[in-house]
Design a protein around this ligand. Sequence first.
Ligand code: FAD
Length: 501
Amino acid sequence: MNNIRQVTIAGGGMAGWMTAAALARFLDGTGTTIQLVETGASGAVGVGEGTIPAIHDFNAKLGIDERELMRATNATFKLGTEFVDWTRKGHAYMHPFGPYGLDMNGIAFHHYWRRLREAGDTSDISAYSLATAAAKQGRFRHPTNDADSIYASYSYAHHLDAGLYARFLRRYCERNGVTRTEGRIVDIALDPESGNILALQLADGRMIAGDLFVDCSDFRGMLIGRTLGTVFEDWSRWLPCDRAVIVPSERTGNPDPYTRVTARDAGWQWRIPLQHRTGNGHVYCSQYLSDDKAVETLLANAECEASDDPNLLRFTTGKRVQTWTRNCVAIGASAGFLEPLESTGTWLIQAAIIELTKWFPARDFAKPDIDAFNKTMDKRFTEVRDFLIAHYCCAGRDDTDFWRAWRSISMPDSLQHRIDVFRASGHVVLDPSDLFDESDWLSVLIGQGMLPASWHPRTDSLDDGTVDQRLDYMRSMVEEAAAAMPSHAETLDRYCEVEDA
Ligand SMILES: Cc1cc2nc3c(=O)[nH]c(=O)nc-3n(C[C@H](O)[C@H](O)[C@H](O)COP(=O)(O)OP(=O)(O)OC[C@H]3O[C@@H](n4cnc5c(N)ncnc54)[C@H](O)[C@@H]3O)c2cc1C
């Protein structure tokens, strides 16, 4: 038998514990053991993080109960992200988790909406999104499975405390046979012949062996980068923000069921409402803003006094050229990093775990399988990168050096193609395996003020009067359905309120 006997995971942040939990489930009954090594302190970014709806698949596969998870992580519901001041100061749009309107005669809704605008209609596309209406009114109910109901027309995710999520998963892992070792990794032993990793050496001299190693350390990538020398591809020419300062603040009022990201002079600021507090962070470009100014901006714009000291993080946007090298797979920050504008960090971890289970190796580490893993992860990172760049390149701001600099940043070809097609005909170029679907792109491109020059010619099968009537009907359906939803606070109270300690 050539099976992997032990998987050794280096690092116990979000990536480490998510990987350990998923592998514990996946390898159950195979005899493969899982060992996770971490320093004592939790390294997870614990201010409060946004997720995207795909997180449900991950938790469901682990058999995690949503109520239990939400109580343990002080989570709230998230219907999307509001972008404030990106187009111009005073303007806001929502990127909701759900589509706009209904398709007609097999043609996507937005083509009809665009045509009617040309005929003088002024309705905002967001008026056709139930997730947007509910978010703005502070309402939430779970979507239904009844495909005929308007309440099936949206999805949702969670805002959760990442530190608590890592702790929750740790308990799950320990119940499911994962061994945790506390200690600082100071060196890595390599097999002189194959170049594969043999063991992690801890500061106290202990050696932790393994067949397959998962590098979930941090940005530095102790195994994949520093030891195996896998090159980091720097994407900061497209995404130049390189720092974040984060701070929690007291909760004020009822938590909104959405993330807010507000454009600032040299970056953007997030606000993520949890049950017990609010997570705030300011992502910025150090070329245009000093750390002191960044902290000042963050604190001046947090809605309430900070409840802790600000925490400064430095990062470089990009990814390892290969996130799987030899017998080492990098997952999380060690694999790559993209700023959290669309809450995709957790999803990239999840995507890597899915690929790892798909291409789970034997001890011969078949190269074609490793190549397939790397190719897919490259696509995942590239897609997220392009989506993030689109936010900046299409933003209308030109009031600071940072925003003016975007005028001279040329987009990657993959993104330029999508934008050119959309501008011309209103079509969204998609690959079936894409994370972001048509409505995701529409919300950002149209939200930032980009209107396609034309629309699908087949919308002509319906005359203006009929389209107008149908759009009226869709808007009133959305308004009525949103008004009939309970408030987010009520749903939280009923469903998962955190009990006082
Ligand atoms: C400012 C910021 C905001 C973010 N917001 C979001 C968000 O809203 N939504 C989202 O999905 N993602 C977000 N992310 C991304 C996501 O949280 C991170 O990508 C993810 O947390 C990285 O997790 P990680 O486990 O790879 O690394 P880390 O959390 O850095 O964990 C690394 C672990 O490795 C251990 N370690 C490191 N070196 C050693 C060593 N020598 N010996 C032993 N152990 C070691 C550390 O102790 C720690 O346990 C954000 C990231 C940042 C920086």
